[in-house]
Design a protein around this ligand. Sequence first.
Ligand SMILES: Cc1cc2nc3c(=O)[nH]c(=O)nc-3n(C[C@H](O)[C@H](O)[C@H](O)COP(=O)(O)O)c2cc1C
Length: 190
Amino acid sequence: MNMTQLIALSGSLRANSFNQQLVEIAAEGAREQGVEVRVINLADYPMPLFSEDLEAEGVPAIVNDLKQQFAESQGILLASPEYNGSISGVLKNAIDWLSRPSAQTDIGPAFADKVAGIMATSPGGLGGIRGLVHARDVLFNLGVTVSPNQVAVPSAYQAFDEQGQLSDAETAERVKGLGAQIAQMAQKLA
Ligand SMILES: Cc1cc2nc3c(=O)[nH]c(=O)nc-3n(C[C@H](O)[C@H](O)[C@H](O)COP(=O)(O)O)c2cc1C
């Protein structure tokens, strides 16, 4: 049996992204179940805007590197910022690159047959929950089993402390609980 691995990321490039902080907390909950979690930051994977012409010229090495990490994982933890009621363009662009078959390499699928836990946080009162509807839909269309549990944390500026932790213990437990659930689901796939 392979070591269970999750990949965790947010759809924000912002240096102090609340969503990146959120997914780190979910990752902690997953690690407590004994799985390995690779937290990546999309800011470290600067991809061009997807174009089939660029793809035909050769998939950027950075895309293949990230896709390899998805392919090696059985589950995904995703914190999706809500932009105009949907997922961020950065996240959609990354998903579009990663969703493509790897014609030039033997990297396996980034998404199909994996499990995912989705979460969001926003300075607003709904915590980004409208964007999660879209995140869920896109992942579902890529063959991902998305947990019906999800977490949306409102009032992000008040919810997180200076260390990037959630001040409210119950909310932190819910986020960690989602990470733990995805870890358990992924363990069955490893
Ligand atoms: C283009 C844009 C659109 C946004 N639209 C929404 C929105 O629809 N709902 C919402 O709650 N917040 C919205 N926001 C505010 C973001 O939730 C906020 O900037 C948040 O901190 C982004 O997540 P991050 O901290 O992980 O970068 C928007 C921000 C931007 C830049």
